[in-house]
Write a protein that binds this ligand. Sequence first.
Ligand SMILES: [Zn+2]
Ligand SMILES: [Zn+2]
Length: 360
Amino acid sequence: MGTTVERQERQPASTEVTEVAPDILRMQLPISLPGLGHVNTYALCDDRGVAVVDPGLPGKASWDALSDRLRQAGYGVKDVHTVIVTHSHPDHFGGAGILRHRVGAEVVTHRAFRTWLDPEEGDDAGPDEISDDDVEHAVADQRSTSPWQKEMPWRSGQFRPPMRRRLGYRLGRTLGRRWMRAPEPSRRVDDGNILTFAGREWQAVHTPGHTEDHLCLFSADDGVVLTGDHVLPTITPHISGLHAGHDPLDEFFTSLDRMAELQGATLALPAHGHPFEDLTGRCNAIRDHHHERLETLREAARSLGEASVVELSKHLFKQRSWGPMAESETYAHLEHLRRAGEMVSRRVDEDLHFQLVEPA
Ligand SMILES: [Zn+2]
Ligand SMILES: [Zn+2]
């Protein structure tokens, strides 16, 4: 991950609207998150108007950019009849609630979709406790996959307040209630469901890993795949270890296999970065990357013997990335090895330690 390479995903949002496939437009909305400069909002055009995929962060800046891009394409915001949200991260669902509220758009998500704006999540932290750092971490990390997680499992002494809730307060206060509307889905789909947009039939493909509720759409008609954050062109999505009772890395591998095996995929449309053609090749490269990471951890464990997750994370990540997110992703990899029988873990004081299983 050298700094010499300019990652596509980091580039600022272009105002240009491009037709990437017949009746499918790529529009870029500005976001400023660690490593990300824009989100691609795809417009699927038909006689009824447009369905938009992942309409950016909540707030006026995003709304104005969306209005501008739609206008360039000859549409108004009122022409948006449907919003499709690939997963429960704010740069993807942010515009959904307001579009439903203002123009009555349908909101389509995967069955498991859930955000920190959902009213059933209890109020357990006030706005005073929120720092900018929290917001950055919360947006970038996978709080959305573990709404009730209060502790980092690898450091039992560390209390981690429910970040999504705190982020909800923070954004609500910054943006005002006007812009902060929960993206209540009007239609929750399951794997294999068929949806019709832009004159095509799209197959819903549930792809957990990056989040539990990640949804990709595949059109067998002409091989177009909306890949969300599941498969990105030059970066790999964050895999969090905070989802207790799951092996998110294993789920991610399974979801990559499903993408790689789609018959007749010709064009991948990612949520960040440029569209690309070799979906299978990219899936294989991302899988290889994680297998290399697993090997790095095995080697570190071989030389260190028993070591804490925090210590091991420093072998996996460069110093500028050290911290809870790096630890979380390291923990996800270690848990994957433990579940495969390659490692054992035990608690030493506050910390969770891992070591390789001795060869018999
Ligand atoms: Zn995401
Ligand atoms: Zn994203």
